[in-house]
Each structure stands twice: as C-alpha cells, then as structure tokens.
Design a protein around this ligand. Sequence first.
Ligand SMILES: Cc1ncc(C[n+]2csc(CCOP(=O)(O)OP(=O)(O)O)c2C)c(N)n1
Length: 352
Amino acid sequence: MSSRTKNERPGNNSALQQARTNLNVPVGLELYRWMGLSRAIEDKLHIMKRQGRLPGRLVTGRGQEAIPVGSALALAAHDVVCPLHRDLGANLIKGITPEEFLRSYLWKIGHPSEGRDSDVHIGDIRRGIYPMISHLPDSWPVALGFGIASSYMKLGRVTLAFCGDGATSTGAWHETMNMSGLFHTPNVWVIENNKYAYSTPVAKQYAAMSLASRGAAYGMPGVEVDGNDAFAVYSVVKEAVDRARAGGGPTLIEAHTMRIDGHAVHDDASYVPKDLIEEWKQRDPIVLLRDRLLLANVGQPTLSEIDKANLQLVENAVKAAEAAPMPDPAGMENEVYAPAEAASWMLLPRCT
Ligand SMILES: Cc1ncc(C[n+]2csc(CCOP(=O)(O)OP(=O)(O)O)c2C)c(N)n1
C-alpha cells in the first residue's frame, strides 16, 4: 500500500518532469495571458456580485485556471472541447469573447444562447465548444460520441472533456470510459481533482489511491499531473492530443489542484480545513507561471502589459454587456432545439 495520500501532488511522469525543466517561453506567455484573462473576468464577477450587479448564481474556477487553459491551448482549431463550470479559460481560448461571457452572466442578448440560458452554460459548436450540461458528467458520453464520429468519418478531430473528482463516481462516467477504451476513441479525458465535490472530500469519494489509475482498467494510459503547473498540464495534454490524433486512442489525465473558493459564491467552504486552502493558495498557478517566466528572462514590463491589456478587455466587456438589452420574450422558443447546422463541424475539412 502506497504511503501517498490523496491530497499529495504527483511528480513522477516523464512529460511532467520535462515540462518542469524546459519552459517554452512563447507557450508560457500564451498560458499567462489566457489564465490572467480568466482570473480578471472572475475577479470582476465576484465584485459585481457583491455590488448587486449580477443576477443569479456565480460559480468560478479561480485557482485552477491552469487546467482549462493548459488543456485547451494544446488543441488544434477544429478540435472539440466540453468545458464545465470551472473552465472559463477553455471557452475563451476556443473563441467565446469576454463580452459574450459577461452578457451570458447578465442574461442579455448577444451571446450564443441569446439569453435563453445563462452564466457558465455557454458554448458554440461552430467554434468547437459543446456547452455545459448541468447533469455531471453528462457531457462525457456526448464527447465520446464526438470521438466515435471522428474515428468513423476519419475526421482527425480530437475531443477533450473535463470533469471534477465527484463526477467520476457516476455510472455515466464509467460507461463512457469503458466504451472509449473499447473503441479506442480520439478523446482526452481530463479530471480536475480539486479535492472536494461540494462538501464531500476525496477521502469520502473513492477508495483508489488515484483516479488516473482507473485508466488501466479501461485500457488507456492514466497520467497524473500537477494541475497548478500550466506548462506541465499543456505538455501532458499535448502528448495525449497528438497520440489521439495519430490513432493511438484515448488518455485519462488526472490534474491535481484545489478548489480555493466555495463551490459557488453562496458557499463559504467552512467544511474545508483552513490550512489546506492556505497551502494551495501559496501555489497560485498564475503566480507560479509568472515566476517561471521571469526566471526565463521575460521582463516584468512584458507581463505587466499583458495584465493591463486583460483588465482593459474586462472593463470594456462589462461596460458593453451592462448596456446591452435583455432578450425579447417573444423569441423565447426560437432555437430551443439545435439548428441543422449544429452538426456542421463534422463537414469541416480534416483537421491536420
Ligand atoms: C448528476 C448530478 N448530481 C448532482 C449535481 C449537483 N452538483 C453540481 S456541482 C456538484 C459538485 C461536483 O463536484 P465535482 O465533480 O468534484 O466538480 P467541482 O464542482 O468540484 O469542480 C454537484 C453535486 C449535478 N450537477 N449533477
């Protein structure tokens, strides 16, 4: 029996070790830019919520941006991603603009659902984003379907799906993994192990020492990665994406991180030991990457420019979204069912 606990971070796979030593600076700067934009939007949403400027709920992925950003940056333009409630960064990289995201949170028009759905339920299949399904992890069987279609039609397209540690206890999760291994689908499965599913800690969620170890049971590689190390996430996911595209089948990736906020803004997370949160706050993925970029001789002014540009984007987005109109109730039933062109991603040229 291993003496590792489920809260420890892994550090024993080759892609991860290599990532720690060889930071690719242009990729590092892209990771920094997208993580910073995601954080800036979610920080602003928290302020707006407290000011009473935000209707409805607020769920964020602050502190775990390295996973959606590192993963989505490893995809090609025509690949598909299935983001969930902690994955704003993946939506942004695949083309959802800050303004569209703000409009969604404010229930305005001018984003893919045009006010018929709200907050994190955003996506656009024409941009390769399958919008979140609330029933967790029901986007996984859908991602499997994308994978099977891509193999069958020889599209060369990879589909990446995210879920949390809690979602891995469901039947849909296990059935998806079984079929993915069986059909050798071009999927990358990313678990964001943030140690809590609402108030349930991982110790009460599963008995296995790691979730990645389940990969072997389904006939696919299972890899653990430090989910607060953006470049390590990018490297591990890129390896899995390249393998999937080359016909090498799926990979299960367990990215270790910590939910440093409550489940959502209404939850003070008082059930989480304070020292656990503090320990992980010291490993803020944006600060870690910034320090590595500085060590790699990227100047502080370059990083400050990126931060400034991100804040400006958010301010512009908030202004435009707040000024935008609400939907016309007369159009409530339009496009409730997917338009025919929703399947058009299949007809796009092969992804190279
Ligand atoms: C099938 C299902 N059961 C319950 C819920 C309610 N719910 C929403 S988020 C959540 C916690 C999920 O935990 P996890 O999968 O670890 O993801 P995290 O929120 O920690 O990122 C729960 C129970 C749901 N959305 N779907």
